[in-house]
Design a protein around this ligand. Structure first.
Ligand SMILES: Cc1cc2nc3c(=O)[nH]c(=O)nc-3n(C[C@H](O)[C@H](O)[C@H](O)COP(=O)(O)OP(=O)(O)OC[C@H]3O[C@@H](n4cnc5c(N)ncnc54)[C@H](O)[C@@H]3O)c2cc1C
Length: 400
């Protein structure tokens, strides 16, 4: 009797089907794992402000075969205009001058276009469980025993938390979020409003000390993304789980604001896609414990001030899966952390540089920012922030 005995595929569970989750699923499936993804929402969540894919992350999407699809979806924002409190123009410039992105290379796409592309790349090869989530994790046996909120119970070789900045997996593993949450002093709300402003592929941002209101026309001429960001010294914990409290807080903070803000506040009351959160980062001493590891915002959210949340999620998922291609979880998780930490630290560090100074809290700082922006308009195009490309992606091969 002959025949090769194939080892049973190792079974893994990923919590979260946004950016990090499907990317990790794609690569683990490629390396021979049997992958299940559990997502608490009923379907893929497509909303949100457009997101950037830059530097090293471009190489990840290229290796996944979805770069050209994303290039087709690229928004190609042409102008970023800053307004004073009275609505007069401060300066209008090329958006890359502010973001540090590279024209013609870096991508900005609707969040939904990216999640769709990632999901399409894995949906036929991976099991998706929507409308469910992990309830408990037990690592006392030879694997991870998982119970699901929906009542199921299964055992996996490894479990991954790709469930965002407020990760439940992280809480199960390491305890409450407060220990790892670094609040950066702002809150924001984004939602879509009808494009009654005749804007096209441009962003207009109004500022007063401690407050910013922006309209972002991403190309679809019927709708624009409204963005309201404000300084809030302490995180408004009561509002995080209460959509009415979020809307009331935003309305109070912007009550006396001019320009288009009154219309934006009125639209926010009925918008169905308001995304509200504090601006914060996640810093963890370790990204794994036993057979469970974290990836993307759950492990190292950098905040939108860096514009690097999505790129870190893509690169982090690629690196985590790659280090498990031919290793067990002990070696693989250690190598993932060792080879990604520096890249994460550099990118989280961007929040302290350009990002926070975009939203000054005093009149004097706002004037200084405006002067800086005026000089930026005369600068040549950038080659990108070194942090965006600070990692050269290794090639990984599955063990046979
Ligand atoms: C609907 C939505 C809109 C967003 N809009 C913006 C935006 O406008 N601006 C911005 O800067 N960032 C936004 N983000 C965050 C941005 O997508 C992330 O910063 C970044 O892309 C990192 O991705 P991630 O996959 O690590 O985490 P996320 O994109 O946050 O994805 C986490 C996923 O896990 C799911 N999830 C959460 N808890 C559980 C659970 N207990 N069980 C199972 N699944 C769970 C969530 O539904 C989500 O699909 C948004 C995220 C979402 C989900």
């Amino acid at each position: 009797m002959t025949g090769t005995r194939t080892a049973p595929r190792r079974k893994v569970l990923i919590s979260g089907a946004s950016i990090a989750g499907p990317t990790l699923a794609f690569w683990l499936n490629r390396y021979g794992y049997a992958v299940t993804v559990v997502e608490k929402a009923g379907t893929l969540r497509s909303g949100g402000y457009p997101i950037d894919v830059r530097g090293t992350a471009l190489e990840v999407v290229q290796r996944m075969g979805i770069l050209s699809k994303l290039q087709d979806a690229h928004i190609d924002l042409r102008r970023l205009t800053f307004l004073d409190e009275d609505g007069s123009e401060v300066v209008s410039l090329n958006p890359h001058a502010v973001t540090g992105g590279v024209e013609g290379r870096d991508l900005e796409v609707r969040r939904g276009d990216l999640t769709d592309a990632l999901y399409s790349a894995v949906r036929d090869d991976v099991e998706f469980l929507f409308n469910d989530s992990i309830d408990t994790l037990d690592q006392s046996g030879n694997g991870v025993d998982v119970t699901f909120r929906g009542g199921g119970r299964r055992t996996f070789d490894m479990v991954f938390g790709a469930d965002g900045v407020h990760s439940r997996t992280r809480e199960l593993l390491f305890g409450p979020e407060e220990q790892f949450h670094r609040y950066l002093g702002y809150c924001f709300a984004v939602f879509t409003v009808p494009n009654t402003f005749r804007l096209s592929r441009e962003t207009v941002m109004w500022n007063s000390p401690g407050r910013a209101a922006a309209l972002y026309a991403a190309g679809n001429n019927d709708e624009v993304h409204a963005f309201l960001n404000f300084a809030q010294p302490e995180p408004p914990f009561d509002a995080f789980s209460d959509p009415d409290a979020q809307r009331n807080l935003v309305a109070t903070v912007f009550a006396d604001a001019g320009w288009e803000v009154p219309g934006m506040l009125a639209a926010m009351r009925t918008a169905g896609d308001v995304f509200f959160d504090g601006v914060s980062q996640i810093h963890l001493p370790r990204w794994s414990s036993g057979r469970v590891a974290l990836v993307g915002d759950a492990a190292y959210a950098p905040s939108f001030l860096t514009g690097q949340g999505t790129s870190l999620a893509l690169v982090g998922a690629y690196m985590l899966a790659g280090h498990l291609a031919d290793r067990d979880h002990v070696e693989g998780f250690a190598a993932y952390e060792q080879n990604l930490r520096e890249f994460v630290t550099m990118n989280q560090g961007l929040a302290g540089k350009g990002g926070a100074t975009l939203f000054p809290t005093t009149a004097e700082e706002l004037e200084q920012r405006n002067n800086r922006l005026r000089t930026l308009s005369a600068m040549p195009p950038t080659n990108g922030q070194p942090a965006h490309s600070a990692l050269t992606l290794p090639e990984f091969t599955a063990s046979t």
